[in-house]
Design a protein around this ligand. Structure first.
Ligand SMILES: NC(=O)c1ccc[n+]([C@@H]2O[C@H](COP(=O)([O-])OP(=O)(O)OC[C@H]3O[C@@H](n4cnc5c(N)ncnc54)[C@H](O)[C@@H]3O)[C@@H](O)[C@H]2O)c1
Length: 283
């Protein structure tokens, strides 16, 4: 595969949660293309196995293990399998994450008449379980795999964790308060963990992707006929580089962060990859 630059990860074991997804699937492929032994941890055994098989067909080393990042036992079982088949974890990518429709509002702003309209989900209709789902998946789904795999990484040369936050951690996006808050927690936790792990040689950083069209957000961004929604057009207007990101555009930042020679003193940062969306005030 085409990499922005080559780094050598031969014999490194990389665990990629959410590794069957659009963004982290590409990350898993890239790490394998650099020689890493990759474990894909995600929901659905078939999806995990398919992604691992595709990496093996391309000449890489990979295994797929169905894992729920919110279930400590499931993580433990995956960990044991990885230890037996690949070895201790060197690099953990916490990519599993996502949103839930019950943690979002229909409209950007609240108007009095919306309160009388059953079709409109306002702030007052946000569902506790929906909000909880989003916080669990993004925040606990980062913390629990870190607890499981960081044990392997203590004082291991080049050990590092990369969390996947979002540009909305800096400034919340309208309609998705749970997802914005949960990703803010991921960025904050990245800083906390970097400090906590600084005496045992584990660097912890994050990437904050901007807008990438993926399965997760496709319905918010594309109409049924494939044209952009009003929200998508607004995003493009607010993105100085005027396009949505492609998964490939995250890879250079990922390889930089996992490469100890390049980023060995970079710790506790969250790097936006968003075409300057988060830097633009709109004026
Ligand atoms: N798509 C975007 O524009 C965008 C922007 C910013 C941040 N992100 C973040 O990037 C990451 C990857 O996004 P994506 O669009 O590639 O995701 P995706 O929706 O394509 O895939 C989600 C992945 O997470 C896994 N997953 C979900 N729940 C899980 C659980 N309980 N246990 C284990 N795995 C679970 C799925 O199996 C899948 O592999 C996510 O953390 C997402 O929040 C995405």
């Amino acid at each position: 595969m085409n990499l922005p630059f080559q780094i050598d990860l031969t014999n490194k074991v990389c665990v990629v949660t959410g590794g069957t997804g659009v963004l982290c699937g590409k990350m898993a492929e890239s790490l394998a293309a650099c020689g890493a032994k990759v474990a894909i941890l995600a929901l659905g055994q078939e999806a995990c196995e398919q992604k691992a098989a595709a990496i093996r067909e391309a000449g890489g080393i990979a295994i797929g293990i169905e894992t729920n990042v919110l279930d400590k036992q499931s993580l433990k079982v995956a960990h044991e399998k990885i230890l037996a088949e690949l070895g201790p974890c060197d690099i953990l990518i916490n990519g599993a994450g996502g949103n839930h429709p019950k943690g979002q509002t229909t409209n950007e702003y609240l108007y009095p008449e919306d309160l009388e309209n059953d079709e409109i989900s306002t702030f007052f209709d946000l569902d506790k379980d929906g909000v909880q789902f989003v916080f669990d998946l993004n925040f606990l789904g980062t913390l629990l795999p870190s607890q499981e795999f960081a044990r392997d990484m203590i004082n291991r040369e080049g050990a590092t964790i990369v969390n996947i936050s979002s540009m909305n951690a800096y400034c919340p996006l309208t309609k998705i308060p749970a997802y914005s808050g949960a990703k803010a927690a991921v960025t904050n936790f990245t800083q906390w963990l970097a400090v906590h792990m600084s005496k045992v040689g584990i660097r912890v950083n994050a990437i904050a992707p901007g807008f990438f069209v993926t399965a997760q957000n496709e319905k918010l961004l594309k109409n049924e006929d494939g044209t952009w929604t009003a929200r998508a057009q607004k995003i493009l207007t607010s993105t100085p580089m005027e396009h949505f990101g492609e998964a490939d555009e995250l890879i250079g930042t990922l390889l930089y962060l996992v490469n100890h020679e390049a980023s060995g003193f970079v710790n506790g940062v969250c790097i936006p990859v968003d075409g300057a969306f988060s830097a633009y005030s709109g004026v």
